[in-house]
Design a protein around this ligand. Sequence first.
Ligand code: NAD
Length: 497
Amino acid sequence: MTETSYELPDGRLFVGGEWETGSGAEIVSTFSHDGSENRRLAGASEADGLRAIARAKAAQADPAWRALLPHQRARHLAQIADGIEANIDRISFIQTRDTGKTRGETTALAASAAGTFRYFAAVLETADEELTTQRGDCLTLSVHEPIGLVAAITPWNSPIASDAQKVAPALAAGNAVLLKPSSWSPLVSLELARIVEEAGLPKGLFSVLPGAGREIGNLLVEHPAIGRVSFTGGTATGRRIGAQAGQKLMPVSLELGGKSPTIVFSDCDMDQAIAGILFGIFSSSGQSCIAGSRLFVERAIYDDFVTRLVEATEKLVVGSPFDPATQVAPLIGFEHRESVEAYIALAREEGGTILTGGTRPSGHAFDAGAYMKPTIIAGLDNQSRTCREEIFGPVLVVLPFEDEADVVAQSNDNDYGLACGIWSKDFAKAWRLARAIEAGTVWINTYKQFSISTPFGGDGASGMGREKGRQGLRAYQRQKSVYHGLSEAPLPWARWP
Ligand code: NAD
């Protein structure tokens, strides 16, 4: 099959509706399959950010946007959704080059981004304001208004989907949005800018400013004109942004890391569980916040289950993200692979046994790329650093458990609280577990399934706030109460005239 190839974005930034060469630190986007350079570009500097903010302020205050009724704003979102849908193959190509993810995954992510814009258009059109129950001589209402300027800061692992998850509800809510994608994956967000521009969104309302987190990211968080930050990324960065937001008294949502437990009971359907576990940890090469990276298997089936899991893992196809047969593509880049390898070394030091993987795949096809074999490690304690910290790579730790109480205690004994998987045919038991585990999302007899209409987010070190779902729109608005007096008489307190 000949792969269609598309022109990559030329590297200019989208600064408040103008395509401009950045004046910040250089960014090099590389294709992690072979280390080749995709694009070298100048990232956004503070000066670029300040221009974007000024243009966003003017565009957001302009009646051409501000005075639009919800169904009119919704039309803009639907047009962006159409634009994404018409460009799914191009977006997928760019994102595969930018991140090394398989074409299958990036196609699905692009389609989901279109769905996100379409969903929030529908939510906006159907989000009623509230006439509250009258308790006096006033008509009482609760209404919602835009915050103004929103900064969306996103990571590199699923850029088009995480961009859409923030940009769509923030625009729907009537704001201007400044998007700061990761320097490791700048291109697909710049492609989104092209689509948004082509869809006819009024100029200035949207900016895409890839660049250094500590420069442009920090400016967006600190600047007084930015009224809300929606952040997805690592926990350390999230804590810092949360503290800055606290100082500003600015609402912030933080979608952070995870170390999600997957629990396998002896009454599960083993084939179903193995397929789900493999997908949960090794798809996206484990570079997924919700990766099911801590596996707990009931003692009675532990040996048999782990043997079968290892066999199935060794059958996974590691290869080029452009090969349709590939299941496990390279990591985002060489620096990240080093950090994953450091964790494998740590696991050995902590007494872990590598059951499979643990090394780079050998052979000509892999030599130039940031490849890593799917890895399973046993023999570690749940307290070990390997079991406590997010590795963000194709690395699974397996541990046995005795009973329900034991597995709830072990699962919850971790700072993160993002997701959990449960494999059991016992409905009541699975339900009890789902309620007892501290996680923002629980999957029972499935894993890593998503619906834009279902809220998503984490607790503890996995962050705060929820995205998606109908309330996702309200997160980008200010709620205002209006009391409209109905009496023609003066209020009695003043006793005047
Ligand atoms: P990161 O925290 O290093 O960077 C995320 C974004 O923040 C990037 O755009 C980066 O440039 C920016 N940034 C960095 N320092 C900043 C600062 N001081 N001020 C403002 N912005 C700053 O994370 P990453 O390595 O890009 O992404 C991987 C992490 O993201 C993992 O921990 C993963 O679990 C998490 N993640 C979470 C979710 C979720 O929904 N919970 C989804 C995807 C990824």
